[in-house]
Design a protein around this ligand. Structure first.
Ligand SMILES: Nc1nc2c(c(=O)[nH]1)N[C@H]1C(S)=C(S)[C@@H](COP(=O)(O)OP(=O)(O)OC[C@H]3O[C@@H](n4cnc5c(=O)[nH]c(N)nc54)[C@H](O)[C@@H]3O)O[C@H]1N2
Ligand SMILES: Nc1nc2c(c(=O)[nH]1)N[C@H]1C(S)=C(S)[C@@H](COP(=O)(O)OP(=O)(O)OC[C@H]3O[C@@H](n4cnc5c(=O)[nH]c(N)nc54)[C@H](O)[C@@H]3O)O[C@H]1N2
Ligand code: SF4
Ligand SMILES: [Mo]
Length: 739
């Protein structure tokens, strides 16, 4: 086993007894950056924050010369609490990786072929600026779109907005938490921030729908969950798969995929039937109790148990835990919720309504009231009036809070409601993060210009016309981190080391390319230190202080909880918590969440479910030398009876195929009772088809490669992606892997 070999390897390093020749490439690399007892001492410590996922934990880098010796969690950062997760710990291994992007390039071969010529930054900028100017003159600035995900994105967004484009989009909305934010906004008038404002400290009962903590390794959330559980807080988990967190639950409900709402409605039925809901909160703050009561009258536990395929007594036992813990019940709103389309906003509505009835909104042990710190804007000209974005122009997604990646992709493919001809892609690998890869390719084929800014040669970079290499997060400044939570905080990203290559940070690209595009006035700072210092004026801290401390905890202004009886105007049309939603009714949607079962897979096929490895983030860490060494491929989780029917043994290589014939794999079957019979499960992010990622290329399977059917939620615009049915095809054990 890899893990064992690595552990013994590290022990060997400690004893100074490992022969380099005995190591695989990943281990050898790990050795170069591992902190060993013989390693030299650090010359300095640089506080900053992690970018390997968007929890953005504070870190402290131990640095000697131009080398990061180790990373550790920042003790004062609320998101880190003194620790980094495995991914964060391994971050420094990216720095010396020969696979990283090293200089700007322009395409010489066909798009998608990955053949490029090295150029200077000036030529790269001029090529993009000329392409964008041509598109703007022919089609208007709305024909340009920015896809972004990461801390560098907002400055590039300023550049695009200044240039006149309204189409800036991220997969973190439409492929992640969009439907949740819309569901909570419709109900409470507030979307939920990241980190989610979950009061683990005071909770008596936690309820998770999916939310596979421990595999989902959001650092402080995992630590707080562990402390809550150790303190005796109860735990209810709904998940068709026996996830890591489900294994720790008081009650695990192995619901049929997509049936969570039936269970929620039955719990609401019980709360109202027993008159156990928080009457004071509901009377003072909520709209539509009587409509809700009528709506759930027939939705009994027996009905829900049947719909969800779980024992009624377990559903009732879970309810009893919840009721007996009121109001200190933490109903996790979920994060990756783009599962089944419209049902996702409706499920989020169900979770929000349950939270309201429990009196757990802005209440101890439920959801607390988050607060973000205040900083100044950097002064600049007013932004131009923007044309309608593609979704507004098409009159779709009336409740969407952001423009959708899928909306921009559709407009690019079809030219409707208007053509999109240029994309700037920063920090998102659209080939893996958006379902239906063929549609992404069709869209790219319509582009006059595709510029990509990345740090490593992932799939999307192969399609670029111009490829800009960014500094790694340990080498650059970024905009301030405005951390929301119990304690609002300001975090600083600052360089720990200097890039050894011809790479640049996003802020500099925004300023320099912006200048080339004629919008340099928006970036009128002579250094990024000046920009940061200006933004920090009046914030209670300074750049010098942040450079030293890394983080500033600013005092809260509003109380953490809503006081019983306190007047509060919710930001909904009625000013109340809308259990019944008149605005959904007006727009033609169910004003109360209505459960509709998901279709069952055809005989012989499986619903494809997916999730996280604690050792990887999406598709961005598989090639990291240390993380590759620790977890170098995924498997297909499959129920033993299904495996017997197919004649698949544990560990046997299989291909995963959809109805269209798209395939991924081979990857080993993991035959386990932890799966239901009609679904399979894969960790997302493997199965790379990018030769430049020399370690991970071709390893494992890519769920996205076989997700063709996806369900667009007409309310939020998000794409449900657990709607794909696939078949499994065993291969002879030891079959070679496809490249
Ligand atoms: N290590 C690591 N941690 C991460 C990330 C990462 O890439 N790596 N990414 C971060 C990001 S951006 C996000 S959005 C989150 C995503 O992580 P979560 O928000 O936890 O994602 P979910 O989709 O809720 O969880 C996946 C679980 O849902 C279960 N599931 C599938 N279908 C259903 C269903 O119909 N009902 C129920 N109740 N469960 C179902 C699956 O079996 C699986 O256990 O993770 C974050 N944390
Ligand atoms: N099938 C399927 N699709 C999914 C998901 C899933 O579980 N299954 N998860 C969804 C979720 S929850 C989310 S949030 C999205 C995530 O979607 P993405 O954010 O697109 O995630 P990645 O695939 O990791 O792509 C990240 C890209 O950014 C690059 N990168 C990393 N660091 C930097 C940096 O510092 N600067 C720059 N410029 N580039 C950088 C990486 O090399 C990589 O090319 O995917 C969504 N799509
Ligand atoms: S959870 Fe892990 S990968 Fe994410 S920011 Fe924190 S340390 Fe980095
Ligand atoms: Mo996400």
């Amino acid at each position: 086993m890899k893990r064992v070999s690595r552990r013994s390897f590290l022990k060997g390093v400690g004893a100074g007894a490992v022969a380099g020749s005995a190591l695989c490439a990943g281990e050898a690399h790990a050795f170069r950056i591992a902190r060993t007892p013989e390693a030299p001492n650090a010359e300095r410590e640089v506080p900053s924050f992690c970018e390997l996922c968007f929890w953005n934990c504070g870190l402290v880098a131990e640095v000697r010369k131009n080398r990061v010796l180790s990373l550790r969690g920042h003790p004062q950062y609320p998101s880190a609490q003194g620790r980094l997760c495995a991914r964060g710990n391994a971050g420094a291994a990216f720095l010396g990786d020969e696979d990283r992007l090293k200089y700007p390039m322009v395409r010489v071969g066909e798009r998608g072929e990955g053949r490029f010529r090295r150029v200077g930054w000036r030529e790269a900028y001029q090529t993009i600026a000329a392409g964008f100017a041509k598109i703007k003159s022919q089609h208007g600035a709305q024909a340009l779109a920015l896809f972004y995900h990461g801390t560098g994105g907002p400055l590039l967004r300023s550049m695009m907005v200044a240039y006149g484009s309204p189409n800036y989009v991220g997969p973190s909305y439409a492929q992640c938490k969009g439907a949740r934010n819309v569901g909570y906004k419709i109900t409470f008038g507030e979307k939920l921030p990241s980190p989610e404002p979950l009061d683990f400290e005071k909770t008596r009962c936690m309820v998770f729908f999916g939310s596979h903590l421990g595999e989902n390794a959001h650092n402080s959330q995992v630590q707080e969950f562990v402390r809550a559980r150790a303190r005796g807080a109860r735990l209810v988990v709904l998940d068709p798969r026996l996830s890591t967190v489900a294994q720790k639950a008081d009650v695990w409900l192995p619901v049929k995929p997509g049936s969570d709402l039936a269970v929620i409605l039955a719990w609401i039925h019980l709360l109202l039937a027993e008159d156990a809901h928080d009457r004071a909160f509901v009377e003072k703050h909520c709209l539509g109790l009587e409509e809700l009561r009528a709506h759930v009258a027939a939705l009994t536990p027996a009905w829900a148990a049947e719909q969800a395929g779980v024992p009624e007594r377990d559903l009732r036992a879970a309810y009893a835990h919840i009721r007996d813990s009121m109001p200190a019940v933490l109903v996790h709103p979920g994060r990756h919720v783009s599962w089944y389309g419209e049902a996702d906003t409706q499920r989020a509505r169900g979770q929000a309504i349950l939270t309201a009835l429990l009196g757990a909104w802005w209440a101890p042990g439920g959801l607390y009231r988050p607060e973000a710190p205040q900083v100044a804007d950097f002064p600049g000209p007013d932004y131009p009036d923007l044309p309608k974005d593609v979704d507004q122009a098409a009159g779709r997604f009336p409740f969407a809070q952001e423009v959708t990646t899928n909306g921009v992709r559709d407009a690019t493919r079809t030219g409707r409601p208007y053509p999109i001809k240029g994309w700037f892609v920063h920090g998102t690998n659209l080939m893996q993060s958006m379902p239906h890869v063929r549609e992404t390719r069709e869209a790219i084929a319509q582009l006059d210009l595709l510029a990509v800014c990345d740090v490593q040669p992932t799939e999307i970079t192969r399609w670029a016309d111009v490829l800009l290499p960014e500094d790694l997060y340990l080498e650059r400044y970024d905009d301030l981190l405005l951390g929301s939570g119990k304690a609002p905080f300001i975090g600083l990203r600052q360089p720990a080391v200097k890039s050894p290559h011809d790479t640049r940070p996003a802020w500099r690209i925004a300023k320099e390319l912006g200048t080339e595009l004629g919008v340099g006035d928006y970036f009128a700072f002579s250094s990024f230190e000046e920009y940061l210092e200006t933004r920090l004026s009046g914030s209670g801290t300074s750049l010098a202080q942040l450079q030293k401390d890394g983080v500033f905890l600013s005092p809260r202004k509003a109380p953490l909880y809503l006081e019983p009886g306190e007047e509060f105007h919710f930001h909904t049309p009625s000013g109340k918590v809308e259990l019944f939603s008149p605005q959904l009714a007006t727009a033609g949607f169910d004003p109360l969440p209505t459960y509709r079962p998901q279709p069952e897979p055809h005989p012989g096929s499986f619903r494809l479910l997916y999730g996280r490895s604690p050792l990887h983030t999406f598709g961005r860490t598989q090639n990291n030398p240390i993380l590759f060494d620790l977890d170098s491929g995924n498997s297909v989780w499959l129920n033993p009876r299904a495996a017997t029917r197919l004649g698949v043994g544990d560990g046997q290589p299989v291909l995963v195929r959809n109805a269209r014939g798209d395939e991924t794999g081979p990857l080993p079957a993991r035959v386990t009772e932890r799966m239901p019979e009609d679904a399979i499960y894969m960790v997302h992010g493997f199965g790379h088809r990018a030769p430049g990622l020399t370690r991970t290329n071709g390893r494992g399977g890519d769920d996205t490669a076989v997700i063709e059917s996806y369900a667009v939620d007409p309310i939020s615009g998000a794409t449900g992606m657990r709607t794909e049915f696939v078949t499994l095809h065993p291969m002879a054990t030891g079959a070679g892997r496809k490249t």
